[in-house]
Design a protein around this ligand. Structure first.
Ligand code: AMP
Length: 199
């Protein structure tokens, strides 16, 4: 199964992809996580991405496409994968198509987590508070200023992907406002062929 989870920051992409990845026994590929690891390790990619990420901007397409191309080539992706946070721009989506075509594989579903903008800020604030309470380090971009930039990037660059995947008959919208379990069960319905997708 090869899936994309699409949605604005705070929509629950990370939470849901982790749950589905575990259930299906396939890896969750989060470009955000991979980039944060690169920043922490101080690799050349990390050094390039650090400032952009903490300000809430998008890392250049060629950087993330390169990361995903390398990752998808790993043996654990042979049975499938869940893309969480990639693609985020139309050129990334086109690059992913070309990459997958060259490997003779295709996407099964693009799951769009639909949420009201008004709850995103409070979800991000809650995530930061929970991380702190658990003794963790809050993400550099989980603050009001960076969130504004991340939302703008989402609406300008990423939201058009819903049209792109609709046109490819892959888009499966689910209600991301529901409780975590209820969202998971909607996604399960899609994956077992019962979803009201557009193809
Ligand atoms: P995320 O963990 O998905 O919220 O990603 C955190 C940050 O990493 C984003 O705000 C971007 O700065 C960067 N990032 C992650 N994925 C991508 C991507 N596909 N394209 C560009 N930038 C990305």
């Amino acid at each position: 199964m090869r899936l994309i989870l699409l949605g604005p920051p705070g929509a629950g992409k990370g939470t849901q992809s982790q749950i589905i990845a575990e259930r299906l026994g396939i890896p969750q590929l989060s470009t955000g996580e991979m980039l944060r690891a690169a920043v922490k390790a101080g690799t050349p990619i990390g050094l390039k991405a650090k400032e952009i990420m903490s300000a809430g901007g998008l890392v250049p397409d060629e950087v993330v496409v390169g990361i995903i191309a390398d990752r998808i080539a790993q043996p654990d992706c042979a049975r499938g994968f869940i893309l969480d946070g990639f693609p985020r721009t139309l050129p990334q989506a086109a690059a992913l198509d070309a990459l997958m075509r060259s490997k003779g594989i295709a996407l099964d579903h693009v799951i769009e987590l639909k949420v009201d903008d008004t709850i995103l800020v409070s979800r991000i604030e809650t995530r930061a508070k929970e991380t702190l309470a658990a003794g963790g380090t809050v993400r550099a971009d989980d603050n009001a200023e960076a969130l504004k930039t991340r939302l703008m990037a989402y609406y300008r660059e990423t939201a058009p992907l819903t049209g792109y995947y609709f046109a490819h008959h892959l888009l499966r919208p689910v209600d991301g406002m529901a409780a975590i379990d209820a969202v998971t069960s909607q996604i399960n319905t899609v994956l077992t062929g019962g979803g009201r997708g557009n193809g």
